[in-house]
Design a protein. Structure first.
Lengths: 279, 374
């Protein structure tokens, strides 16, 4: 189950039936969406776009988006087969987002939090300057508001088209999280399918808690790169959440329908959450 | 995003674009031999070829493409971390192990004395011969390498020793064991924790600066690049195989990634370029390592004089605001000032009577370009 396939075919719910990308079962689209894009037959967690993630995470009507004025620029004049500027435009058209990160404040089962979500549908959720800056601003906002920050990742890693500017976003986000933690902030990183490269190797791995969605691909190098290097077949379930949990790299695996409740349950153990009157 | 170039054989010691230089050099060598054997006066011819060699080298080296720089950065005769340690350090006490899993040979750590400064040296190790290269995975470290580096940096902090990092890696190792033992997390933790290490840190890129594997030991108060080193989010080969779907795209990728020292300084992503002698560090290793010694000496003296709180505040600010466009920085500073109720945004702490935080200016003769971040 390579995540490359997710990018190729965009059979995003639109038709009456949706085909599961793992077991191939045909699911009634309405049921599929209601089930938070989790296959009712095999439990496979399909990639959800950023807005939908917020919808299924935040209490209804509580999400207030911030930092919407940040827009990516093609500072390197990066051109491969098409220019980066063109790619940005296409991704913006496709997703209605300015870049791959959506951030703001919201409530989760009544707990005030700052929420940041990487949108895999925008250039594979890759981190360039805008994503890094937005994350840093969101972390700083959480510090200012004395609220926890919840970060959902779905990303192929740093964005190549911004060269080392992207690389430095790894440093920037870690710097912000370090300052946040020193000021007593609490952070949860939720890694969803897929989370790899410079995202896993920075902010997503230095939060207070690291949680994975079931079967999510999480790693540093992509499976193909590893396969090319070692010239051997990869072990079964390699780089999946269950594998990482077994290797001690994750605190928890939480399925999508249980995620909200689990976040709220955990937040009740934070100093602020302990005093929170929960329903 | 570490992608390793497949190396089928050792690269040649004469790079393709250096061939014209090499031709003149061998002609000169022939003449010099001849001059010793004959009574004829060949001094005119000799000086002609010497002058020609010098000019040609200058010409070739002032027109290097980004890909050429990558080739120079990987030249088999280019000084490696071990060479700097051997040549620049009056003594070196190697320290092994991450205290948990193993001793990664791809990262070397230890106490060292450089021009009288006692420091902790951390560096990627590539190895010189095939056996060493394999043992070091060509400079691609495993998680235990990054954890070893962090452990020794924390030791340096306790001992109040400044840290000198020699960065030279095509990228962190992409393998099953590396993933099992948390490659991503090891790198992330290094980046995260280096912001809090309460001693001066200097990072110098001496060859390959491949992605997170490089950044994992490069959060520093002074980040410098050797003139012919490269630094990027992905190796040109890795980028080419993804975007151009062939290794032939590597030259285009090297162009597109803006990975040269000059570009990196221009983008505000590094603090300084350390010059190499004309013809590259591989052609004049001692001279080149002397320049590195000068750089380290100057920076160790300078950073050692700054109060540690200022150092950490500057380190944080540098990476927090890295490569931001001017307008954005102002905006950020304003909102920060509003947050903290400060009157002046973003004051950079300058100690009276001390050199300011931008560091002392190193004079490099014959270098009209701006080689430092202003
Ligand atoms: Zn299914």
């Amino acid at each position: 189950m390579g995540w490359g396939r997710l990018r190729k075919k965009k059979d995003i719910p639109g038709g009456l039936w949706t085909k599961c990308k793992d077991c191939g079962a045909l699911i009634y689209t309405k049921e599929f969406v209601q089930n938070m894009h989790v296959c009712p037959k095999c439990g496979f967690h399909h990639t959800v776009f950023g807005r939908r993630r917020i919808e299924i995470t935040a209490d209804p009507g509580t999400f207030a988006e911030r930092f919407t004025d940040l827009r990516p620029t093609d500072r390197l004049d990066f051109v491969d087969t098409v220019s980066y500027a063109e790619k940005i435009e296409k991704a913006q058209e496709k997703t209605g987002q300015t870049d791959a990160c959506i951030a703001g404040t919201c409530q989760i089962e009544g707990h005030d939090v700052v929420l940041a979500v990487l949108d895999f549908c925008f250039m594979g959720g890759s981190m360039g300057e805008v994503v890094g800056e937005k994350l840093a601003l969101a972390i700083e906002l959480a510090e200012e508001l004395k609220q926890p920050i919840i970060i959902f990742s779905a990303s192929g890693g740093a964005r190549m088209h911004e060269g080392a500017i992207s690389l430095m976003q790894m440093a920037k986000t870690c710097a912000a999280l370090q300052k946040f933690a020193a000021a007593g902030g609490f952070s949860i990183s939720i890694m969803t399918n897929p989370t790899t490269g410079g995202v896993t190797a920075s902010f997503a791995s230095v939060c207070d808690l690291m949680i994975g969605e079931p079967k999510a691909l999480i790693g540093f190098a992509g499976p193909r790169v590893i396969q090319n290097t070692i010239q051997q077949d990869l072990p079964e379930g390699f780089q999946r959440s269950e594998f990482l949990l077994e290797k001690g790299q994750l605190d928890k695996i939480v399925s999508r329908p249980d995620m909200r409740a689990m976040i709220a349950q955990i937040l009740r153990y934070t100093p602020r959450g302990r005093n929170h009157q929960s329903a | 995003m570490a992608r390793k170039a497949k190396r089928t054989s050792n690269p040649p010691s004469v790079l393709p674009f250096e061939q014209p230089i090499e031709d003149v050099r061998s002609r000169l060598l022939e003449l010099e031999e001849l001059a010793e054997q004959t009574t004829h006066d060949l001094s005119e011819e000799l000086s002609f070829y010497r002058e020609r060699l010098k000019r040609l080298t200058q010409e070739v080296y002032s027109n290097l493409s980004p890909w050429n720089r990558v080739q120079v950065a990987r030249h088999p005769k280019r000084p490696l971390t071990g060479d700097y340690v051997e040549y620049l350090c009056q003594e070196f006490v190697e320290l092994h192990g991450d205290g948990q899993f193993g001793d990664d040979r791809a990262i070397v750590t230890g106490f060292a004395t450089i021009r009288g400064h006692r420091v902790m040296v951390i560096g990627h190790r590539k190895g010189r011969n095939t056996k060493e290269r394999l043992a070091c995975h060509f400079g691609s470290a495993h998680p235990e390498g990054y954890r070893k580096a962090l452990l020794k940096m924390q030791l340096a902090e306790r001992m109040a020793l400044p840290i000198v990092c020699f960065v030279n890696t095509p990228g962190a190792y992409p393998g099953v064991g590396a993933e099992e033992r948390g490659q991503a997390r090891a790198i992330a933790e290094n980046i995260y924790k280096m912001f809090r290490i309460k001693v001066p840190i200097i990072a110098l890129l001496i060859g390959d600066g491949g992605s997170g594997g490089a950044l994992g030991i490069a959060i520093a108060d002074r980040v410098a690049m050797l003139e012919n080193s490269w630094y990027s989010v992905i190796s040109p080969e890795g980028c080419a195989s993804i975007l151009w779907r062939s290794a032939e795209g590597k030259e285009k990728a090297a162009d597109a990634l803006k990975l040269t020292a000059e570009s990196m300084l221009g983008l505000g992503l590094v603090d300084e370029i350390v010059d190499e002698p004309v013809g590259g560090a591989h052609a004049h290793p001692k001279q080149s390592m002397d320049l590195v010694g000068d750089f380290l000496d100057l920076q160790l003296t300078h950073l050692g004089q700054l109060p540690i709180d200022d150092l950490l505040a500057n380190r944080y600010r540098k990476f927090r605001n890295i490569a931001q466009i001017e307008a954005k920085i102002e905006k950020q500073a304003q909102s920060n000032a509003q947050l903290k109720g400060q009157a002046t945004p973003n004051p950079s702490p300058v100690v009276p009577g001390e050199p300011d935080s931008s560091g002392p200016v190193r004079r490099t003769p014959g270098s009209p370009r701006n080689r430092r971040r202003t």
